[in-house]
Design a protein around this ligand. Structure first.
Ligand code: ZN
Length: 254
């Protein structure tokens, strides 16, 4: 008799969600990258969805440990991440995260901490203030993790080796000095990376790095230096969010 043996899929299952900023209704039409903004109502609905299904937020460090076989994750683990470290994280995301018992990792552009999103303004984005170091430290004390989103938010795939190294190394040193701890995780600006960039992130001593699910290959593959993230967009139906979330449940591999 033929017997079908179901191979158990190896890897670590922990969907990683990627948020950016919160939309401001009067600025929405002016923002070319408006799809990356989200409303507080949608954000809270997503948190309630996760909570209702028993998901617990874990840190990227826990995902790394699980991938390296050094630790275990809860059965329903999720990671919430925010790119760019804009001020609205403190005023809008953080209170809702606290209310519903979730933690998060925020990726800061170290040259612009305490400044503005100058990297986005060239393409016509509205001014968004970035968190200051004092705010970062305060949020850190409340359990929010911080990682690097490079030093100046350039497309790393377009840089010379020297400029690439500077973006990675300077940012990591600043974060370690300010936060007083290791390891630091990284998130690729614009989700842009290739093998050269990935290798440089590893050599710079980052503990791991997050990609964005922009193209199909990003949706399928996921390893420690290109951790797949589910991009959360504004104006998206809950059905779509749930579909994306299901993709995020595919295992990450070491
Ligand atoms: Zn960014």
């Amino acid at each position: 008799m033929l017997r079908f043996v179901r191979r158990k899929k190896k890897g670590v299952k922990a969907p990683i969600l990627a948020y950016h900023w919160f939309e401001v209704p009067e600025e929405r039409e002016k923002s070319p990258a408006r799809r990356f903004g989200i409303s507080e109502a949608l954000f809270e609905a997503e948190l309630l969805y996760l909570k209702g299904r028993g998901f617990e937020s874990v840190s990227l460090e826990s995902v790394r440990s699980a991938l390296l076989g050094e630790g275990k994750l809860p059965k329903r683990a999720v990671v919430l991440t925010f790119d760019d470290a804009t001020q609205d994280f403190k005023h809008k995301a953080f209170p809702l995260l606290q209310k519903h018992g979730f933690g998060a990792t925020v990726f800061a552009v170290t040259a612009h901490v305490g400044g503005e999103n100058v990297w986005d303004q060239a393409s016509g984005e509205p001014v968004r203030k970035c968190l200051t170091w004092d705010e970062i430290l305060e949020l850190g004390k409340a359990g929010i993790q911080f990682g690097s989103h490079s030093h100046t938010h350039r497309n790393l795939t377009m840089l010379s080796n020297e400029a690439l190294w500077k973006e990675l190394d300077v940012s990591k040193r600043i974060l370690e000095e300010k936060l007083g701890k290791n390891p630091v995780f990284f998130a690729y600006p614009y989700g842009a990376f290739n093998e050269r960039v990935k290798q440089a992130v590893r050599e710079a001593g980052y503990a791991g790095s997050c990609a964005l699910s922009l193209v199909l290959s990003d949706c399928i593959s996921s390893d420690l230096y290109s951790l797949r993230r589910v991009l959360v967009k504004s104006g998206e139906s809950f059905f779509r969010f749930r579909l994306r979330f299901r993709l995020g449940k595919l295992p990450h591999r070491n």
